[in-house]
Design a protein around this ligand. Structure first.
Ligand SMILES: *Cc1c(COP(=O)(O)O)cnc(C)c1O
Length: 395
C-alpha cells in the first residue's frame, strides 16, 4: 500500500485544475500585457480568475494581487506594513511564536532593521487569544500578523476576534491563511482581515502561485521590481495557466469544504482514536479547534526522523514537526511553542490527508505507526530507562 499523508506539505493538482490550465500553455498562451487580441484573451482569463478568487474570499478583484505563493505574499504583506508604519514612527510588530518561517524569518530581518517584535506565547492547546493581542497592542504597533491555521498541528486561531481587536485599535491585521483557505470557511470581510496570504498548492491547485489579498486603502510596497503588472505592485509576467488553475481549484475546494465533510471528520477521529491507543502518546493541539485534515502526535521515547523513515518503508508518506538545521536536529519550533519539552517534541509525527483517504488506509496507518513505534521503543535506551523507572515519563 502507498498512502500519501503529507497534504499539509503539498497536495496533488486536481484533474479539473490541470484541464483548466492546459489551454493557457498552448492555444491561449499570449502575454496579458500584449495589446493584440491573442494577449487580450489571456488577459480576460486572468481577470476572470481574479474576479472568481475575490468572490471566494469576499473581497473585490482590485484587492487581489497574484504572487509566486504563500511565502512571497507573507513577505510582501509584512514588509509593506513595516515600511508604512515606520513612516509614522511605528516600529513594533506583534506575531506568534508558532508562525511559518516565511513570517518568522521576515520578522527576524525587520528586527535587524530596528523593529521591535513581540511574539505571543501560544497556549498548550495551540491557540492564541484575542485578549493576548489586545494586551500586546501599543501606540507604536505597525502590524499584527497571526496565522489562521497552524501548518504543523492544524489548530485554528480565533481570527475574527483578533481582527476585531485590531480594527478597534486601528492596527493593520495580516493573516497567513495558507492552511485555511480551501479547507475551512474564510471570508476577509466577516473575519476583519486587512491582508491575507494563500497558496494554491495547499488546496489541490498548482505549485508556485498564490495570492496576497490587500484591503483597499492599505498600502503595499513592491518586493519585486520591474514591469507594471498587478497595478504596479508585483512585477513579472503573470503566470496565467497557474492563476486559472488556482481559481478552479479554489472554487472546487470551497464547494466541498473539509470542515463540512462529515466523512472526513469521521476518518480524522478514527485516526486520532487509533493512535491514542499507543501508550505514552499525545495529540498535539486542541481536540476541537482544528482543521479536519491534519493530525499531529508525539510519542515518548522515540525519534521522529527514524519513525518517518520506517513509515516510508511501509508506504506511508508523512512528516515530522522537526526541521534539520545545519546538521543539528532541532525540534519543531511549533511544538516547543505549545510547551512540549525537547525530548518529547523530537518524537513527533504529522499526518495530513484529504477526503480521498479511505477507512482501510486509516487503519493501515494506525497499524503501521503502532508497529514502528513499538519497534523503535524496543531498541531505544531512553525507553529502557523509562520502563526501568530511571527516568520519569512526561506523557
Ligand atoms: C506552505 C505554507 C507557506 C508557504 O507557501 P508557499 O506557497 O510554499 O511559499 C506559508 N505558510 C504556511 C502556513 C504554509 O503552510
Amino acid at each position: 500500500m502507498k498512502i500519501y499523508a503529507d497534504n499539509a506539505a503539498t497536495t496533488s493538482t486536481s484533474k479539473a485544475a490541470i484541464e483548466a490550465m492546459l489551454p493557457y500553455m498552448d492555444a491561449i498562451c499570449g502575454n496579458p500585457s500584449s495589446l493584440h487580441s491573442f494577449g487580450q484573451e489571456a488577459k480576460e482569463a486572468l481577470e476572470q480568475a481574479r474576479a472568481d478568487i475575490a468572490n471566494e474570499l469576499g473581497c473585490t478583484p482590485r484587492e487581489i494581487y497574484f504572487t509566486s505563493g504563500g511565502s512571497e505574499a507573507d513577505n510582501q504583506a509584512i514588509i509593506s506594513a513595516a515600511k508604512f508604519g515606520e513612516r509614522k514612527g511605528k516600529k513594533h510588530i506583534i506575531s506568534t511564536a508558532f508562525e511559518h518561517h516565511a513570517v518568522l524569518h521576515t520578522l527576524d530581518k525587520l528586527k535587524k532593521e530596528g523593529f521591535e517584535i513581540t511574539l505571543l506565547d501560544v497556549h498548550e492547546n495551540g491557540v492564541v487569544t484575542a485578549e493576548q493581542v489586545a494586551e500586546a497592542i501599543r501606540e507604536d504597533t505597525a502590524l499584527v500578523t497571526i496565522m489562521y491555521v497552524n501548518n504543523e498541528i492544524g489548530t485554528i486561531q480565533p481570527i475574527r476576534e483578533i481582527g476585531a481587536v485590531c480594527r478597534e485599535k486601528k492596527v493593520p491585521f495580516h493573516t497567513d491563511a495558507v492552511q485555511a483557505v480551501g479547507h475551512i470557511r474564510v471570508n476577509v470581510a466577516d473575519d476583519n482581515i486587512d491582508m491575507l496570504s494563500l497558496s494554491a498548492h495547499k488546496f489541490h491547485g498548482p505549485k508556485g502561485i498564490g495570492v496576497l489579498y490587500c484591503k483597499l486603502g492599505i498600502p503595499l510596497v513592491n518586493v519585486i521590481e520591474g514591469g507594471a503588472q498587478e497595478r504596479g505592485k508585483r512585477a513579472g509576467t503573470e503566470n496565467v495557466p497557474a492563476i486559472v488553475g488556482m481559481a478552479k481549484a479554489l472554487k472546487d475546494a470551497n464547494s466541498n469544504l473539509d470542515c463540512d465533510n462529515a466523512e472526513l471528520l469521521a476518518k480524522r477521529d478514527r485516526l486520532i482514536a487509533g493512535l491514542s491507543e499507543i501508550p505514552h502518546s499525545a495529540l498535539n493541539g486542541d481536540r476541537e479547534k482544528r482543521c479536519p485534515g491534519t493530525v499531529n502526535f508525539c510519542f515518548e521515547g522515540i525519534e521522529g526522523e527514524s519513525l518517518l523513515l520506517l513509515l516510508d518503508d511501509k508506504g506511508v508518506y508523512a512528516s515530522s514537526g522537526s526541521a534539520c538545521t545545519s546538521g543539528s536536529l532541532d525540534p519543531s519550533h511549533v511544538l516547543l511553542a505549545i510547551g512540549r519539552v525537547h525530548d518529547v517534541a523530537h518524537g513527533s509525527l504529522r499526518l495530513s490527508f484529504d477526503s480521498s483517504i479511505t477507512d482501510e488506509e486509516i487503519d493501515y496507518i494506525i497499524k503501521a505507526v503502532k508497529d514502528v513505534v513499538e519497534y523503535l521503543r524496543n531498541m531505544s535506551p531512553v525507553w529502557r530507562d523509562l520502563m526501568a523507572g530511571k527516568r520519569q515519563f512526561i506523557l
